[in-house]
Design a protein around this ligand. Structure first.
Ligand SMILES: Nc1ncnc2c1ncn2[C@@H]1O[C@H](COP(=O)(O)OP(=O)(O)O)[C@@H](O)[C@H]1O
Ligand SMILES: [Mg+2]
Length: 350
């Protein structure tokens, strides 16, 4: 298996001639179809045709349009929850938040070695908890600023990606089409994934636009917190996905409420109780013509799980009581996974 340090070093040598053509420094003597550069210009004009990602049956995009609302936490837990369904789906995660990748941390893969390559130069995903993952973060060189003590080796945790748009677009295309999802999958006899969950960066910039133009997508989930400010960003994202003709499955409201451990009551921290007809948030959601796929409560252990690299969907029930906040979150997360898989199957059969 090819494991060269020279290609890794070339990742950030933007001054090399034509490095923007191959920002990840993947060997070029492979037989794969070269990625196409999306043209600039109006969203609907002169687009390259959308393609399936090799060895992936279904693609689910997770977008938030706003940062910090729990998109990556949701993406990892969705992948785990889908893989735990009775269908025993093979699920992978692609982290396309190039400037703020957090999937490696959330999946317990912080500081892993760079990915191996297949003989034809494709990236081999890195697997933990039975979920193969690929992230820009695996390809970053260590930063000398990281060790907190002299005895710690440098890691790439603090390495920034300082690229202009064209490099980013090319890197996204390489991550999309030059990752070999048939490798690193342990479950089942057939190769490849049933579902690839793609964690998009916030906003409506180059990366979601490139994905929308290049990839045949089966479902898009938009994460929002239950406040009007987050929803105004969501509206822009929804408009973009509709323009690109990308299937929108619906909204997931994260941190929808907090369950007080003492009184087991739901507290709508932002005032957005969906059962209140006069509520502005609920009215705005209706006006957007977007269904709500599910609501997830704010639960401290969900955050802890992410920090420790173990998605909370993998944890055992914290107690026998169904009203326990962790159990409420887990039941809601499972329902969301069931609904998303149902929607994908429904579309595939029609
Ligand atoms: N349901 C939840 N309950 C508690 N904390 C959460 C929940 N969802 C996300 N968080 C926390 O919120 C913060 C932001 O989440 P993250 O997934 O990184 O957001 P994004 O990807 O949208 O930037 C993290 O600290 C995460 O642990
Ligand atoms: Mg994120």
């Amino acid at each position: 298996m090819l494991r060269s340090h020279s290609w890794r070093r070339s990742i950030f040598t933007a001054s090399l001639p034509k490095s923007h053509e191959n920002p990840l420094g993947l060997p070029s003597n492979n037989t794969r179809i070269p990625p196409q550069v999306p043209r600039r210009g109006p969203i609907t004009g002169g687009l390259p045709s959308k393609r399936r990602i090799p060895n992936v049956k279904h693609v689910v995009l997770v977008s938030s349009c706003k940062g910090g609302v729990g998109k990556s936490t949701f993406a990892t837990n969705l992948a785990v929850s889908l893989s735990l369904l009775p269908q025993r789906l093979r699920v992978g995660i692609l982290d396309l938040d190039i400037f703020g990748p957090s999937i490696p941390t959330l999946m317990g893969l912080k500081g892993v070695e760079e990915p191996d390559l297949t003989p034809d130069g494709a990236l081999i995903p890195i697997t933990n908890h039975g979920i193969p993952t690929m992230s820009m973060s695996y390809l970053l060189p260590p930063s000398p600023s990281t060790p907190r003590t002299d005895s710690e080796p440098p890691t790439n945790e603090d390495t920034p990606v300082v690229w202009r748009g064209l490099m980013v677009q090319k890197a996204v295309q390489q991550l999309l089409f030059q990752t070999d999802w048939s490798a690193g999958v342990s479950q089942g006899a057939s190769s490849g994934l049933d579902v690839l969950v793609v964690d998009l960066p916030p906003g409506t910039g180059d990366i979601p636009l490139s994905v929308g133009q290049l990839v045949d997508v089966d479902s898009t989930i938009i994460i929002t917190t239950p406040d009007i400010l987050s929803l105004s960003d969501v509206r822009r994202g929804v408009a973009m996905f509709r323009k690109l003709d990308i299937p929108l499955t619906g909204l997931v409201i994260n941190n929808a409420y907090f369950i007080c451990p003492n009184c087991t009551e739901r507290h709508y921290l932002f005032g957005a109780n969906p059962n209140d007809e006069e509520n502005m948030f609920a009215k705005d959601v209706q006006a957007m013509r977007m269904g709500v796929v599910g609501e997830l409560p704010l639960v401290m252990n969900v955050s802890r799980g992410g920090e420790n690299g173990v998605p909370y969907a993998l944890s055992a029930r914290c107690s026998a009581k169904d009203t326990e906040p962790g159990n409420v979150w887990q039941a809601a997360m499972k329902n969301i996974a069931v609904r998303i898989w149902g929607e994908i199957r429904h579309k595939a059969n029609n």
